[in-house]
Design a protein around this ligand. Sequence first.
Ligand SMILES: *Cc1c(COP(=O)(O)O)cnc(C)c1O
Length: 368
Amino acid sequence: MTQPIYVAQPDLPPLEEFLPYLREIWGNKILTNGGPFHQQFEQALCDHLGVKHLSLCSNGTLGLVTALQALGVTGEVITTPYSFVASAHSLLWNRIEPVFVDIDPATLTLDPSKIEAAITPRTSAILAVHCYGYRCDVDAIRAIADKHGLKVIYDAAHAFGVRDAGGSVLRHGDLSVVSFHATKVFHTFEGGAIVCPNAETKRHVDHLKNFGFVDETTVVEAGINGKMSEVNAAFGLLQLQHIRASLARRRHVDAAYREALEGTPGIRLLKSADELEANHSYFPILVEENFSISRDALYEKLRSHGVFSRRYFYPLIANFPMYRHMASAQAENLPQANAAANKVLCLPIYSALSLADVTRIVNIVRGA
Ligand SMILES: *Cc1c(COP(=O)(O)O)cnc(C)c1O
């Protein structure tokens, strides 16, 4: 019996490599609250990513919730329905109304040409997602935001390490939020970070993630507990030593899939990652109507062979019960997003996936 293959498998360095970090924590007894590993990891991440300021947090979702608070976002926010549910949930947690706008079928990110029609006097921000690590049209989004006086927040949960000609993609927007969840391309078990444009904003975010404390006795805002622990930060430092090798392996897996699947009738691939500067964090395929079987039948067929692909992102966020009553959530408003949600299948991709397994998965798809 062959081992089941899941859509993602987290990178775990040899346990022995982590023990010295744990010994240090056991020795100094500093477990959280911005300890030495937290400080080192923030600096190491800034260096690695090529950004100046970031604030670690306990997960990406709390990062989004905190980012919206830091920018004072209220009223309505324009966002994509084609994402993980945490994107829109972060708005509801702030009593903000999401207004869904359709996606560009080429990149599956927010379609800038649809944004302006959705702006009302209550709109205060745009929350866009670099879906699968594919960069949003950041220039068009910035131009619209500037014209209408809106903030821009990027849910960059998929975009660790993604760069464009000007540097890290995380520099875009008023704030960008990454996730270090175990299923992401770079992980700290649970974790995340808010990338800030300047030291002052980082200080504000640092206060917000620590209950609003600015010193021992002064609380200036109703902040939350969104801090990253020393264990997670130490693990992140160790992971950073392995990330380049891990991304290189993913690049091979991506290339092997592309070579084997290119030209399969009824299977559409997104543009190659190098053209769009992505990080091989996902391998989505779109199962078109002219494929021999339906997307769901292919999903089941892969399962029957022990291959657990995932329908990211199906259902659309707009179709979940807490959103589907909203005017912008209706299917007529979101034809591209609904089409993508009904066609997409994310195939397994992770650094330890062997090329033999890629071939096996491709053969199941092509033989369907
Ligand atoms: C994973 C993910 C999140 C949430 O991050 P967590 O660290 O799991 O809280 C938010 N948005 C997107 C697009 C994600 O994929």
